[in-house]
Design a protein around this ligand. Sequence first.
Ligand code: SF4
Ligand code: SF4
Length: 434
Amino acid sequence: MVKLFHKEKVSQEDIKKFYNFCKSSINSEVAAYLEACVRCGLCAEACHFYMGENISGKIDPTLTPAYKADLLREIYKENYTLWGRIKKLFGFGVKIKPEDLYEQVRLAYYTCTMCDRCTKICPMGIDTPMLVGIVRGALTQIGLTPEDLVEATNRAIEQGSPLGVDTKTFLQRIDFISDEWEVEMPVDQPAEYLYIPSSIELMKYPESVAAAAKILNKSGVKWTLSTVAHEATNFGMFVQDKKVIKELLERILKGAKELGIKTIISPECGHAYQAIRFVAPNVFPKEWDFEVLNVVEFIKKMLDEGRIKLNKKVVDVVTLHDSCQIGRRGGVLREPREILTHISQKFVDSVEFPEKNICCGGGGGVVVVHEADEHRRKAFLTKMELFDKAGTKNVACYCANCMLALEKSSKELNRDYKFLSLVELVAEALEDEE
Ligand code: SF4
Ligand code: SF4
């Protein structure tokens, strides 16, 4: 079983390890991204951390996305360009000091949610989250990943979830949800659909798990939960450790295979969708033969097939916060908008182009890192501007992690937005149907 560690001090050996990890992660795709940057600076205005500092009156050029890859770029040049090699030969090579690595922690873990907005703005299409991911992975190898994230990841490995939800607790929560909301929730039944909640929902937003179950029951599909695949989140994605990613995905593979599942439904959780939908087929190219739908896609599919009907307006004027990983990166942008149009008195988009919606400020694991709190709050200022422009306090979300981050920042800044789970709204809209 893999286990991550955290430490405060950096040794020369660690610096070497960091350097070598970065060097060995540079393939042709990474090299192309590192070469392509023309230093135009357009990505600065794309990043909510940079913009949030701006709104609070300070310009911090180190928060420009391109800057986040600078050390990695230097390592690339030293090893793969003629000029870099010559510089090294004459003693002007890359010299990394311990404080440089602490700075990398700030850049990769406190001020980047891997939201991908900068990629969409960059004229060269540079995938900054991919580059930041390499830095995160290198920091994990030497124990510099923030302690909060390391502890949560180790809980996921050892106990089954970052919140410590083991199989026994999972079953207790399912019993509780089933009783409290009077909804049937099959567990470990052979079925076509496997619905995997996240422990954030189970523990903090149980209503949304009950809501998903109601929708699944109403749609008449054969579905189940699994005690083996009971956690959708994958903190290996945050700490960029391939072994952890694989170990956590293996549980889903095993659980789904055991029950003869054809389609896996990932919950209101952004990075879980990325892991299950896009990463898993590459980790298990032969065994992973499931269709993967996010719960919002599932709802849309059921609506299109006429299996469920939404004929009730359950919310007044509402806007939408997109999950970066399900929306921008996963392409599920049209579905939540269409659904909201059905179930609200009025849907007001806060952005002209859905793929340019702004991150909650807590994605990529940032919400659990207490050292990042100040940055997260400043990033939220950019969201406030969008919500206020939309002119409503009602904000629908389709990621529990986003809800958590938005609620936290909103409370800390004394704002009164109301964050609503899209799945819960849909379940409510179903209720008067009979
Ligand atoms: S991925 Fe998002 S948070 Fe990270 S640098 Fe780009 S815009 Fe900023
Ligand atoms: S927008 Fe793209 S090319 Fe321009 S500075 Fe940013 S990463 Fe480099």
